[in-house]
Design a protein around this ligand. Structure first.
Ligand code: ATP
Length: 559
């Protein structure tokens, strides 16, 4: 059952990402970085509302993970400590972690459109019953998974682009599109171009095979058309592309001075494992957590902030006895899933997905498991996109650093209870603050034709960028003074706005779009009976409460 404050949320599949992006821009949640110069691909800025929203998410994580972590699987308190490490580290860190040798994405360039694709995100459809005079040809679409590829294939039909592609195919491979093309239908009959276009038409029940870009043979590539390309055969072979940004440390731009912008925050934690042990009196099991920027030169940044080149991570490395990995892995996986629910992703748009064995990183193959906490974004719907990964990383990282730094056994943990030295195993919950913020935005976005704004943002009060607004009904008759006093009091504790401009209806509309859960209006009656109107965002209902109870009201609602 939904409470009056929380009417059912619209399904994400029905929400338009374009509308969400437009609202983010219009209301100052998220803008393109350096927009006045045309922006820069893969980089985003947070405006006044977005900065508050993202901070609320990071603050909630910091509070719930570092200051007040939940009790562990056995009901005991757990120790968590924070670190804040540099973005540029000694480059040997990235050799030890495996990022220099192996942090690669396979990419494919298209000579015709000059576009670059991640080869594992290029799906090529080869109709299989193309016979006789002509070999089959491939039509590529860009998608994160097969489900999305099938949608893109649908789009090609809906927009009529597919017919144009068939014409190109017939021209390039030398057949006349107006004559029977030698393509056999399911019945074995020869089809005319028109029949063929119907066969491949909106239902596209035509049998065929999908081949992922990474698996394309050279021959298949020669007969494939890239997205938006004007001819077949312009895709180049897949190449490995290292995602780390490089720069130089100091004034001399030589190979010895090459350094990297960190592609994850985790390695700063591993490098300080011994420092933390030596200074913080922590005992296994314990965790080290960090929030900070990470940089990846993603081949194809896309889907708004989902895949950015600069983003923020919220990472935990939780150190445990090797024989306790199963228990802690399951506990962290469930605790992190529950946390995302608690910050407002409570519905069917959130799912936990255990990785198949062949998806696991090499070091995780013998581990307790890896799972992703995934959100159904409007652009992945009906599929899901990763918000956070929870992985049992075994003792891989500590061993690597022990070897590469020369510290060897000195990096081991001494377990006093067991009188034993070992490399602890690690459970790593690694979350993205930007993907989290984007999920909050998508979840909150609620079209509502009955409101002047046409939409409102249904953030949980804890995540709402502005917790309350204070309005004098009119800007005279003593109302602004009372309203200002209330505002100055409330803003000591919460992000609150004061607004006197335009009609009260327009002010409510602005707050609906900002997702402000409560608006307090000071009117003529306030001066007589010391009460104000409180308006609830979700129900639009209004009630009167005592002026001197507003702070307590908000404290209770925001608790
Ligand atoms: P993907 O498979 O989507 O590239 P990943 O598995 O490489 O993600 P991790 O290395 O596990 O991601 O990073 C942990 C978290 O960091 C992810 O769950 C995600 O929230 C965030 N993240 C990773 N890459 C990006 C990016 N390019 N833009 C925004 N957030 C990112």
């Amino acid at each position: 059952m939904t409470s009056p404050d929380t009417p059912a949320t619209a399904a994400n599949s029905a929400k338009s990402m374009d509308d969400i992006v437009a609202l983010c821009r219009r209301r100052g949640f998220i803008w393109q970085s350096s927009e006045i110069y045309g922006g820069i691909n893969g980089f985003w800025d947070y405006g006044p509302l977005g900065a508050e929203l993202k901070r609320n998410l990071k603050d909630a994580w910091w509070h719930d993970i570092i200051r007040c972590p939940p009790k562990g699987p056995d009901g005991d308190m757990i120790s968590m400590v924070p670190v804040d490490c540099t973005i540029i580290m000694n480059p040997k860190v990235w050799i030890a972690s495996g990022h220099v040798a192996g942090f690669n994405d396979p990419m494919m360039d298209d000579r015709d459109t000059q576009r670059r694709y991640r080869a594992d995100q290029l799906f090529v459809f080869f109709p299989t019953n193309v016979q006789t005079r002509h070999d089959t040809f491939g039509i590529a679409v860009e998608a994160v998974n097969l489900q999305e590829a099938e949608q893109r294939w649908d789009d090609l039909h809906k927009t009529g682009a597919i017919e144009h592609i068939y014409k190109l195919a017939s021209k390039q491979f030398g057949f006349n599109p107006d004559e029977p093309m030698g393509i056999a239908g399911d019945s074995g009959d020869q089809l005319t171009a028109e029949q063929q276009s119907r066969t491949f038409g909106p239902n596209h029940e035509h049998p065929g095979d999908w081949v992922v870009g990474t698996k394309l043979t050279a021959e298949q590539r020669d007969r494939t058309i890239a997205p938006s390309a004007k001819k077949f055969g312009t895709l180049m072979a897949a190449r490995q592309f290292n995602l780390m940004y490089q720069t130089y440390n100091g004034p001399i731009q030589s190979d010895e001075n090459k350094v990297y912008l960190r592609p994850e925050t985790a390695q700063g934690i591993f490098c300080n494992f011994k420092n933390v042990l030596d200074t913080s009196r922590v005992k296994v099991p314990f965790g080290i957590a960090q929030v900070g920027k990470a940089f990846r030169n993603e081949v194809t940044p896309r889907n708004f902030t989902f895949r950015s080149r600069e983003f923020e991570q919220m990472e935990i490395e939780f150190f445990i006895r090797p024989d306790a990995a199963k228990e802690w892995y399951a506990w962290w996986r469930d605790a992190r899933y529950a946390w995302w629910q608690a910050v407002g992703l409570a519905g069917e748009n959130l799912q936990l997905r255990e990785h198949d064995r062949d998806e696991l990183a090499h070091y995780a193959k013998d581990g307790a498991g890896t799972s992703d906490i995934e959100y159904r974004f409007p652009f992945t719907s009906p599929g899901f996109g990763e918000l956070e990964g929870v992985a049992h990383r075994t003792d891989f990282d500590l061993r690597q650093h022990a070897e590469h730094s020369g510290l060897g056994d000195k990096l081991k943990y001494f377990d006093q209870e067991r009188n034993e030295r070992y490399f602890p195993h690690v459970i790593e919950p690694s979350a993205g603050a930007d993907r989290g913020t984007l999920a909050l935005l998508c979840e909150a976005y609620t079209p509502d034709a009955t409101r002047p704004s046409g939409v409102y943002m249904k953030f949980t009060p804890r995540m709402a960028p502005i917790k309350a607004a204070v309005f004098p009904l009119v800007n005279k008759d003593g109302m602004p003074e009372v309203a200002e006093k209330l505002y100055l009091d409330l803003r000591q504790k919460w992000a609150v706005q004061f607004d006197v401009k335009q009609t009260i209806g327009k002010r409510y509309a602005r707050m609906d779009e900002a997702g402000t859960p409560y608006c307090f209006t000071v009117d003529g009656d306030t001066l007589k009976d010391q009460t104000v109107t409180v308006r609830h965002r979700d129900t639009q209902q209004q009630e009167r409460i005592a002026l001197d109870k507003v702070s307590a009201f908000l404290a209770e609602k925001l608790a």
